[in-house]
Structures are given as structure tokens and as C-alpha cells.
Ligand binder design. Structure first.
Ligand SMILES: *Cc1c(COP(=O)(O)O)cnc(C)c1O
Length: 418
């Protein structure tokens, strides 16, 4: 459920008609709904009521906008970060350092040191090499890093290859059958406190079975580690729950996920950490765009919009589907190819899509663009960075300025010897 709906034939974000935002801020622009973010945060948290001890750490990479992070902080959320840049955002949004978890295979020495300095809650170590490096850095700083070892459970998440992370040949975590040995090796080092294990098998999961298999394997590993004399107090179950991109698409609900988690983790006696991203932010945002022109095509007309693959990369990257609807639909339909202005055939949002009939100058939205949308934007084709707006009831604010192509050009230098 979200708060983007038609009122008197005009799509609104909460109480704000989208044409008002288009007039004031221009297009393309991402529009987020605070009420939707809060609702999703609450539903996910309540789904985990059966889990006694937990930290829900929003996966910042899904939507790192400071205002979005502040809304989620207000819901008691921590942050899962994958770079120092994301850590700084979480801290700037007021999220307590203890509620920050640092994941990622390529944390640099400088990033590890900065995160130690900031006093973050947990490092999710993705290799023996990283653990040794962190231990040395922490020891030199006279500190001790709280760590979980990320394991690769070798389960197929059944999602798109580019967002699968838990198969044996993916780059993430350590092989689960070597985890006991690596954990023991790292636990012996001063500078790190090995307190748990972590897993994240992929994103946009449409089925709970792979997650349940992965969590079952974690349960066995916890027993083995405890059997070897280790103290396990924290287990990070990652994120990955999918959201419906198509109307009528059925996905496991947070409640079903929560019930499965409570059942599988019963008796573990640990603090569970969750890292949801998409399920919180996905349906809380749309990308608002204006039709530049409609061009005749061989089979279908091309609806050319002013948003492009640099603003919303998912269709070009993953062949992802985003619902595309008119802001003031007439009730008539058309079958069209929806494309952006970029000089790549990949800049195609949909081919042969049945959608509202649209003409040049009219507004439309790509739905479910609140996660992995603006955060993946680039300035390809010298288009500048898209703006972001947050709506709260009958008010709204620009929460990220549009960065014009001219400002990006200003950061470039032509050496005087040219
Ligand atoms: C991307 C990522 C997440 C969030 O995934 P979603 O599918 O958006 O929930 C969580 N944890 C880690 C380690 C990630 O890389």
C-alpha cells in the first residue's frame, strides 16, 4: 500500500497534486511519500514482533537521501552501510553509531579506520583477509572492533543474476564450510571481537524458501561455533524481501517473512539484525517525468519522456519492470515503447507496453522508484543529477537539488598545457 493515488483524476503524493511539484521543481524528479515510508517501516517492524531482540538497519544504498534516513531514524531504524560515504550520511541523519552495521567486500583501510573512529556497532567481515586487516588497524588504534563474519551459504536466491549474492561463486562472504575455521582464526586476534555471523543472499526475492534454507544453515553454524567454544550474540539476516513492481504481483508479505524468521531462529538466543532496503523504500517513491514528444514507430509509437536511464537505471541494468501511468489519464489507452532521450538503445523503459494514452507535454510517473532509483543516477549524456522531493501530507520540500550539467562541468579542469 502506498500514498500515490488519483484524486479528481489527478495523481497525488499524499495531499499534493503531482503537477504542482512538476511546475515548481521541474522534471524529471523523484517524489517520496513520508507516510508510505513510515507505514512500511512500521509494518516491517511489527512483522518481527515475534523476535525478542532485534536491530532493524535500513540498507542505505537503497535510498541514501538524508531526509529519507531521518524519517527512518524516527522509526527507530539503524543503518546498514557499504561505504564511508553512506556511514557519514547515516550519522548526519542522526542515527546512533551503535546502530550502524558496515557491510561490503572492499572496505579500504581508510574506511575501516574511519568507521572505528566513529564507533559503529558492527563490521560485517567478508573475508579472512579483511578481518586480519581490521584487527591490525584496530589494535594500532588501541580499539576493538565488534564483528560478524559474513558467510556465503551457497543458496540460489532465485532472483536476477546481478542481484544474487549468496551463490558459491558470488564475491560475498566466506564459504560456509570454511566459516568455522576462519571465525576461529579471527577470534584469536586482538583488535576484533568476533560476536556473530551474517548473511545476505540477494535482493527482490519472490520466495521465502531460499531465505529459510540460508537461515537454517546459519542455525547449524551457530551450534558448531558454540560447540567450538565461541560466544555468538548477534546474527545478521540481511535484507532481500521483494516488492510488487506489477499490479497484482504476489510476493511474500513482511508478516509471512516475520513468521518464518521467528520459527527458524527460535532458541538461537541472539540479537537479530535485519537489513531491509527495497521493501521499505521501493513503493514509497515515484519518478515524475514529462513526455517530450511521441514519435511514430514501426510497430508502436515511441513515447519519449524526459527521464532516462541515467535517472532510473534499473530497466537498463536488470531489464526491470516499472509500472508507467499518466498523472492525469484521459481513460484512453495506447500500446507504446517508453524511452528516454539518451543515445543508447538500452535507454528503454518498456517495449510494447499497454499504458495510458499520452501526448507531448503531459506528465507520467514510473512507480515503485523509491529504492535503487535516484541513488543509482549518473550524469551520462551530460544530463545532470535528478532532483528529489519529500511529501508530508499537504506540504513538500525539495530534499535534493537538481545538479545541473553546468555545475558538473564547473568541476572539470582543462590543464594549461592543452
Ligand atoms: C543491498 C543489501 C541489502 C538490502 O537489500 P534489499 O533487497 O534492498 O532489502 C541488505 N544487506 C546487504 C549486505 C546488501 O548488500
Amino acid at each position: 500500500m502506498d500514498h500515490f493515488a488519483y484524486k479528481n483524476g489527478v495523481m497525488h503524493a499524499e495531499d499534493i497534486p503531482l503537477p504542482r511539484i512538476a511546475e515548481a521543481v521541474g522534471t524529471p524528479v523523484y517524489v517520496y511519500s513520508r507516510a508510505t515510508l513510515e507505514r512500511h517501516a512500521r509494518v516491517f517492524r511489527e512483522a518481527l514482533d515475534g523476535v525478542p531482540d532485534k536491530l532493524i538497519a535500513f540498507a542505505v544504498k537503497a535510498n541514501p537521501n538524508l531526509a529519507v534516513l531521518k524519517v527512518l531514524k524516527g522509526q527507530g531504524y539503524g543503518a546498514d552501510v557499504v561505504s564511508v560515504g553512506e556511514m557519514r550520511r547515516a550519522l548526519a541523519a542522526g542515527i546512533a553509531p551503535e546502530k550502524i552495521v558496515f557491510s561490503g567486500v572492499g572496505k579500504t583501510a581508510a574506511e575501516l579506520a574511519a568507521a572505528l573512529e566513529a564507533g559503529i556497532g558492527q563490521f560485517n567481515i567478508e573475508s579472512a583477509e579483511e578481518g586480519e586487516e581490521l584487527a591490525a588497524i584496530a589494535e594500532a588504534m588501541g580499539m576493538c572492533a565488534r564483528c560478524a563474519l559474513r558467510v556465503n551459504p551457497d543458496v540460489d536466491a532465485g532472483t536476477h543474476d546481478k542481484i544474487s549474492t549468496g551463490k558459491a561463486d558470488n564475491k560475498f562472504g566466506v564459504p560456509i564450510d570454511e566459516a568455522g575455521q576462519i571465525f576461529g582464526q579471527l577470534a584469536g586476534l586482538p583488535g576484533v571481537e568476533m560476536r556473530g555471523i551474517a548473511v545476505h543472499i540477494g535482493s527482490q526475492l519472490a520466495d521465502l524458501a531460499p531465505l529459510e534454507r540460508a537461515f537454517g544453515k546459519l542455525g547449524e553454524l551457530i551450534e558448531a561455533l558454540r560447540g567450538a567454544g565461541h560466544t555468538i550474540t548477534h546474527v545478521d539476516l540481511g535484507g532481500g524481501l521483494g516488492v510488487p513492481y506489477k499490479r497484482g504481483e504476489e510476493l511474500p508479505s513482511p508478516a509471512e517473512y516475520g513468521a518464518m524468521v521467528a520459527r527458524v531462529t527460535k532458541g538461537w538466543g541472539v540479537t537479530l539484525i535485519f537489513e531491509p532496503g527495497r521493501v521499505i523504500a521501493g513503493n514509497a517513491g515515484v519518478l515524475l517525468t514529462r513526455v517530450v514528444r511521441v514519435k511514430r514507430g514501426l510497430n508502436h509509437p515511441f513515447v519519449i519522456v524526459d527521464a532516462a536511464m541515467n535517472d532510473l537505471a534499473r530497466p537498463a541494468l536488470y531489464g526491470a519492470y516499472h509500472d508507467f501511468v499518466g498523472v492525469e489519464p484521459s481513460g484512453e489507452n495506447m500500446t507504446a515503447n517508453i524511452v528516454g532521450p539518451i543515445c543508447e538503445t538500452g535507454d528503454t523503459f518498456a517495449m510494447g507496453r499497454e499504458c495510458d494514452r499520452l501526448a507531448a507535454g503531459e506528465l507520467a510517473v514510473f512507480r515503485t522508484a523509491g529504492a535503487y532509483g535516484a541513488t543509482m543516477a549518473s550524469s551520462y549524456n551530460s544530463r545532470g543529477f535528478v532532483a528529489e522531493v519529500l511529501v508530508d501530507g499537504d506540504r513538500y520540500a525539495v530534499v535534493a537539488d537538481r545538479i545541473e550539467a553546468a555545475a558538473i562541468m564547473d568541476a572539470e579542469r582543462v590543464p594549461e598545457w592543452l
